[in-house]
Ligand binder design. Structure first.
Ligand code: PEP
Length: 251
């Protein structure tokens, strides 16, 4: 049985005081929730203070990105060891904003996934199609291609650490959510793909989150799908009441 997993991606939002207040508010609002795995992914510079605000709570800490090298002359980058140092459990890898705004390639994303797993951290590997790709009937080939390339060289055993997030790019931050049926269709395809790439056990155990304008009002409908195991939440994750409501709906 897959335990639901809801993560908040704060992106390049909050400030020092706001990050601490949001984390403390969530820790208080979600005290006692044990049936859903919950994580928040603040900007790098606030990880430490958010870790402090979450101390004693069951909410885990995640980073929004990482670099694959251990250390050295990589100006501006952050290593897995640094993220572990500040108590991270998860790392988002291959978010659509990093793919399409920053220009990350599948090859780079694959190196990051491998480094994250090797370090003992757990990657949330994002995949999703652009609107024009969906309209051209390419959703399956785009998403499957991103997942195959992102997981190249990752073993069935290592897959125990991996969460996949299906995030249709046209639904991210747009207020336009995929319908429950659209989400389920792609999630089922991803699970079948994992069965082909690995085996039935990996397909059955891997958690697949949906992301793209998820909010309190559509959480129940999205989560009612057999293959939707959680949510990766942007905008609604920045409000204590909204994020807590989504988690309580699932709990
Ligand atoms: C995201 O950033 O991964 C995301 C899904 O954003 P939003 O919920 O705002 O669409």
């Amino acid at each position: 049985m897959r335990k639901p997993f809801i993560a908040g991606n704060w992106k390049m939002n909050t400030d020092a005081a706001g990050a601490s207040a949001l984390a403390a508010g969530l820790a208080k609002a979600l005290a006692g929730v044990t049936t859903v795995d919950v994580a928040v992914c603040p900007p790098f510079v606030y990880l430490q203070r958010v870790a402090e605000a979450l101390a004693g709570s069951t909410i885990r800490l995640g980073a929004q990105d990482v670099y694959f090298e251990d250390n050295g002359a990589f100006t501006g980058e952050i290593s897995c060891a640094m993220l572990k140092d500040v108590c991270c459990t998860y790392v988002i890898v291959g978010h659509s904003e990093r793919r399409h705004v920053i220009g990350e390639t599948d090859a780079l994303i694959n190196k990051k996934v491998a480094a994250v797993i090797a370090s003992g951290l757990q990657p949330i590997l994002c995949a999703g199609e652009l609107l024009e790709e969906r309209e051209a009937g390419k959703t399956e080939s785009v998403v499957a291609g991103q997942i195959r390339k992102g997981l190249a060289g990752i073993t069935a055993e290592q897959m125990a650490a991996v969460t996949i997030a299906y995030e249709p790019v046209w639904a991210i931050g747009t207020g336009r959510t995929a319908t429950a049926a659209q989400a389920q269709e792609v999630h089922a395809m991803i699970r079948e793909l994992l069965g082909e790439m690995y085996n039935e056990r990996v397909a059955a155990q891997t958690r697949i989150q949906y992301g793209g304008s998820a909010k309190p009002s559509n959480t129940a409908e999205l989560m009612a799908n057999a293959d939707v195991d959680g949510l990766l939440v942007g905008g609604a994750g920045l409000k204590v009441d909204d994020f807590a409501a989504m988690i309580k709906t699932v709990a």
